[in-house]
Design a binder for this molecule. Structure first.
Ligand SMILES: Nc1ncnc2c1ncn2[C@@H]1O[C@H](COP(=O)(O)OP(=O)(O)OP(=O)(O)O)[C@@H](O)[C@H]1O
Ligand SMILES: [Mg+2]
Length: 411
C-alpha cells in the first residue's frame, strides 16, 4: 500500500511539498487529519481513505498546474504587449481619471521630446494647446457617455514649444470589475500625410486650371479665329465687288484691318494661355517644337509635327522628359540612316496614354544591321514606364517608330 506522503507521480510529489512543511498550511492540516483517521481505521477503510486522499491531492495538483499555465500565458501576452508598446513609433500615454499622466512609451518621448520622469504625474494639458485639450476632453466625455470615442485629428505641443499634427485615439481603461481606472491615448504623427494631401489638392486645383486654359485656348483657336477669318474672307470678296464712293471702300478695309489685328491679339492670348508650366524650364509643346526645329538642318527639311490632346496638363514631367529624349533619337536616326524626304511626328495624348510616332519615307530598316544602342535605350525607357516601343517598316517604304506609355490616372 502506498504511503500518501510519497505521492503517486512526479506531479503528485511537487503538489504535495507543503505536506512536509514545518509550518503546515490548511491543506497540510487536512492531510495529517486524514493520516490520523487512516491509522485508527480498519485496514480496508484505511485503504479507502488513502485512496480518497490521493484523489484529492491529484485534483489539487491538476488545479495548480492549470493555474500555472494560465499565469504563464497571461505573462507572455503581457510581455508581448509591453514589447509592442515599447517599440511603437506612436506615442502611447495612459492617464488617470482626472487626466494625470501615468505611463509614457519611448514613442511618446521621440514624438514630443519630453522625458517620462519629467511628465509622470502632470496633467495632460502640458502636451496640448487649448483647442487640442478641448478635443481630448470631448473624447473623454464621449467615452463616459457612449463607452467609446471616435479618433480625432489634433495638434499637440512638443517640449520645444513647436506643434505636431497628430491623429489621436482615446480609450477607456477598466479594472477586472469594469470600473474606470483611466484612459489610454495613442497619438500618431501625420505631418507627412497632411503635407501629401495639401500637395495633392494643390496639384488637382492646378491641373483643373490648366485643363480649363487648354480648353479655352482650343475654343479660341478652333471657333473664334476661324469665324473671324471667314468674316475677313467674306469682306474681302465683297470688297472686290464694291463700287461707289471710296469712303465706303476705305471703311470696309479698316474693318478688315481691325479683324486682322483682333486675330493677332487672340493668337497672342492663346499663346499666353498655353504658356503654362511644364516643369521649371518650359512647356512640353514648346520643347517638342524646338526638337523638330533642331532636326531641320541635319534632315534637310522640317519635320511635320502634330500634337493632339492635353499635353500640358496630362503628361507629367518625367514622362515629358522621356518623350523628348525618344523624339531626339528618332529624328537623329532618321537624319543619319533613313535618307528620307518626309518625316511626320505625331504626339497624341488620351485620357490614359501618350503615344509618339515618327514616320519617315526613307529606305527602311536594313535587316542586316544588328547594332543597336540608341534603339535599345528607347526600349528600356518604354519598359521603365510600363509602355511599348517598336520600329517597323512604313508603307510604301521607310520606317515608323512608335513609343507609347500609360499615363497616371487623372484624379
Ligand atoms: N529611321 C530609320 N531608317 C532606317 N534605318 C534605321 C532607322 N532608325 C534606325 N535605323 C537602323 O537601326 C540601327 C540601330 O539604330 P540605333 O539608334 O540603335 O543605333 P545607331 O543610330 O546606329 O547608333 P547610336 O544611336 O548608338 O548612335 C541603325 O544603325 C540603322 O541601321
Ligand atoms: Mg541612333
Amino acid at each position: 500500500m502506498m504511503n500518501p506522503t510519497q505521492g503517486t507521480s512526479d506531479e503528485g510529489r511537487s503538489g504535495m511539498g507543503h505536506a512536509r512543511d514545518p509550518q503546515p498550511t490548511d491543506g497540510a492540516h487536512a492531510t495529517r487529519a486524514h493520516d490520523t483517521v487512516a491509522q485508527q481505521a480498519e485496514p480496508e477503510d484505511r485503504a479507502l481513505l488513502i485512496e480518497d486522499l490521493r484523489q484529492e491531492l491529484d485534483d489539487t495538483n491538476r488545479g495548480l498546474i492549470a493555474l500555472h499555465t494560465e499565469l504563464e500565458t497571461a505573462r507572455r501576452a503581457e510581455a508581448r504587449l509591453a514589447a509592442i508598446v515599447a517599440s511603437s513609433d506612436d506615442a502611447m500615454i495612459s492617464v488617470d481619471p482626472v487626466l494625470r499622466i501615468q505611463t509614457w512609451n519611448p514613442g511618446a518621448g521621440r514624438l514630443l521630446g519630453h522625458t517620462e520622469q519629467h511628465l509622470v504625474g502632470q496633467k495632460i494639458d502640458t502636451l496640448m494647446p487649448g483647442p487640442a485639450l478641448d478635443a481630448f476632453q470631448a473624447a473623454v466625455e464621449q467615452i463616459r457617455s457612449h463607452g467609446h470615442a471616435d479618433s480625432h485629428q489634433s495638434r499637440w505641443r512638443r517640449a520645444d514649444d513647436t506643434v505636431v499634427d497628430v491623429a489621436v485615439t482615446v480609450s477607456a481603461m477598466r479594472d477586472a470589475d469594469g470600473a474606470l481606472i483611466g484612459y489610454s491615448t495613442t497619438a500618431r504623427d501625420i505631418t507627412h500625410q497632411l503635407a501629401a494631401q495639401t500637395e495633392l489638392t494643390t496639384a488637382r486645383a492646378d491641373r483643373e486650371v490648366l485643363a480649363e486654359r487648354d480648353r479655352i485656348a482650343r475654343d479660341l483657336h478652333d471657333l473664334v479665329i476661324q469665324r473671324l477669318f471667314a468674316s475677313g474672307l467674306t469682306l474681302q470678296s465683297a470688297l472686290a465687288r464694291l463700287t461707289g464712293p471710296t469712303q465706303g471702300i476705305e471703311r470696309v478695309e479698316r474693318v478688315m484691318n481691325d479683324l486682322d489685328d483682333t486675330i493677332k491679339t487672340i493668337r497672342t492670348t492663346i499663346y499666353a494661355l498655353r504658356e503654362t508650366h511644364c516643369g521649371q524650364d518650359g512647356r512640353l509643346r514648346t520643347k517638342l517644337l524646338a526638337e523638330c526645329e533642331q532636326a531641320t538642318e541635319p534632315l534637310g527639311f522640317a519635320p511635320a509635327l502634330r500634337m493632339d490632346g492635353l499635353l500640358e496638363t496630362r503628361v507629367p514631367g518625367h514622362i515629358a522628359d522621356h518623350l523628348l529624349a525618344v523624339l531626339r533619337e528618332a529624328l537623329s536616326n532618321t537624319a543619319r540612316h533613313a535618307r528620307a524626304t518626309v518625316v511626320d511626328v505625331s504626339i497624341e495624348v488620351t485620357d490614359t496614354s501618350v503615344r509618339l510616332t515618327v514616320a519617315d519615307n526613307g529606305r527602311g530598316i536594313d535587316p542586316a544591321v544588328t547594332r543597336s544602342s540608341g534603339l535599345s535605350n528607347l526600349r528600356t525607357r518604354a519598359q521603365e514606364l510600363g509602355g511599348t516601343f517598336s520600329l517597323t517598316p512604313n508603307q510604301p517604304h521607310g520606317a515608323i517608330l512608335d513609343f507609347s506609355t500609360p499615363l497616371p490616372a487623372d484624379g
